[in-house]
Design a protein around this ligand. Structure first.
Ligand code: ZN
Length: 284
């Protein structure tokens, strides 16, 4: 698990959000744009299908989690994304090349490079920004070469603002000609989300309510928004994606059902899910 994820407790998660759930249990299809299914316990394929969550983008980020995530690629609801993330930026050049080869060799099984990115908090833990930028550039080049989207972790720290962290990432995306970029757990402000919209990038929203998040959501078109759980770090499992969708519905003043439809359509289009769709019941 990346260090940032340990900062958020899952304690009483459902209790905190139960109040925001729509009364009626929805049967509308849902999608979770960012989770780590190799680390999620107690959520079966049957659970996903029973809750109409038919698309879960499961991210790697380390050599071990990439291998574990790849093993899930036969699951009818799980779509892998592989990468070397910022918390693994100190891996050897040999390990990096091995990971790049693994990703290329399995390009038919993955829907994105993820999660990759730059995390300024890690610089305080000895993972230099220079090294992180080097690895992130390799990941962006890979997304460009394979013509697949990239799912990005961006985190500010100390003197560096979110806007500055975002700018350093966007510069690399542009240098590498990456067009489809997704900023997961988006934590920027209004100016940042406007920059995302200008570039036609996407953000995804975790199941965590804050006044800032609601303001930011109202400032970007729903066409650029997806829902995520980052399970098991934030949500316990993809089943908690309904809370993220509920936040989006409230911020956009639309019904929960309409938010489900828009978010699911955005996610499937962004990750080209229809063309990669696996037969239902294959591993169920
Ligand atoms: Zn994550």
């Amino acid at each position: 698990m990346p260090p940032f994820s340990q900062m958020i407790s899952n304690k009483n998660f459902n209790e905190r959000y139960e109040a925001f759930l729509p009364d009626q249990k929805s049967r509308i299809e849902l999608a979770d744009a960012h989770a780590h299914m190799d680390a999620v316990a107690n959520c079966t394929t049957k659970d996903l299908i029973a809750n109409s969550i038919l698309t879960v983008i499961s991210n790697g980020g380390t050599p071990d989690s990439n291998a574990a995530t790849l093993k899930l690629s036969d699951n009818c609801c799980i779509f892998p994304a592989l990468a070397i993330g910022p918390d693994s930026a100190l891996i050897s050049e040999e390990e990096l090349q091995k990971s790049i080869e693994l990703i290329k060799a399995n390009s038919g099984k993955i829907v994105a490079i993820g999660e990759a990115g730059i995390d300024y908090t890690l610089a305080e833990h000895g993972i230099s920004i220079e090294k992180q930028k080097y690895i992130f550039t390799k990941m962006a080049m890979l997304a460009s070469e394979l013509s697949i989207p990239i799912s990005i972790h961006c985190r500010e720290a100390g003197q560096i603002t979110y806007s500055e962290a975002l700018a350093s990432i966007i510069n690399i995306l542009k240098d590498c000609n990456v067009e489809k970029a997704h900023f997961h757990f988006f934590n920027g402000g209004i100016d940042d989300v406007k920059e995302i919209e200008r570039n036609n990038y996407f953000i995804s929203v975790p199941p965590l309510r804050s006044a800032k998040r609601m303001r930011v959501l109202s400032a970007i078109p729903i066409q650029n928004i997806m829902a995520e759980t980052d399970a098991p770090a934030v949500g316990k499992s993809p089943l908690d994606v309904k809370f993220s969708v509920q936040l989006i519905a409230e911020a956009k003043h639309i019904s929960y059902e309409d938010a489900c439809r828009a978010i699911t359509e955005n996610t499937k289009a962004f990750f080209n899910i229809e063309t990669k769709k696996k037969p239902m019941l294959r591993n169920y």
